[in-house]
Design a protein around this ligand. Structure first.
Ligand code: RB5
Length: 145
């Protein structure tokens, strides 16, 4: 699996934590930035990550900003993206099993690094269940088309 990861200035610390987590898991990643402490704009990172997923250049994407909200709104504008804003482990598992989410968004001003790492690990390891969920996910894809 290959993952694209990005953050704005509000999410850069958790981005680094998740990169460490992925290294420990043996997951290859592509960091699109940001690298700085100065103020940047979250769509400049959300859209490149989402486009990499949509084009099939990577399998999944992870985005972090202050709340995770801006990142998830921007990523979900890209066709083919199902970005889930997650701040608990139950939802991390459920959104993979039920929604086949291909991008994960989190907020560094909402949760700590330990929980963010746990959420990312569960989300990366959980498979989509398909079955009855496929009909529902297909309705989103059909609407988008
Ligand atoms: C940046 O201050 C902040 O607005 C951003 O990180 C994010 O929370 C937006 O949704």
């Amino acid at each position: 699996m290959k993952v694209a990861i990005g953050s704005d200035h509000g999410g850069v610390n958790i981005k680094e934590e998740i990169k460490q987590q992925m290294e420990e898991m043996g997951i290859e990643f592509d960091d699109v930035g940001c690298e700085c402490d100065t103020s940047v704009d979250y769509p400049d990172y959300a859209i490149p990550v989402a486009e990499k997923v949509a084009k099939g250049e990577v399998d999944r994407g992870i985005l972090v900003c202050g709340t995770g909200i801006g990142m998830s709104i921007a990523a979900n504008k890209v066709k083919g993206i199902r970005c889930a804003l997650v701040h608990d482990t139950f939802s991390a598992k459920a959104t993979r099993e039920h929604n086949n989410s291909n991008v994960l968004a989190m907020g560094e001003r909402v949760i700590g690094a330990g929980l963010a790492r746990e959420i990312a690990k569960i989300w990366l390891e959980t498979e989509y269940e398909g079955g009855r969920h496929e009909r529902r996910v297909s309705k989103i894809t059909e609407y988008e088309a």
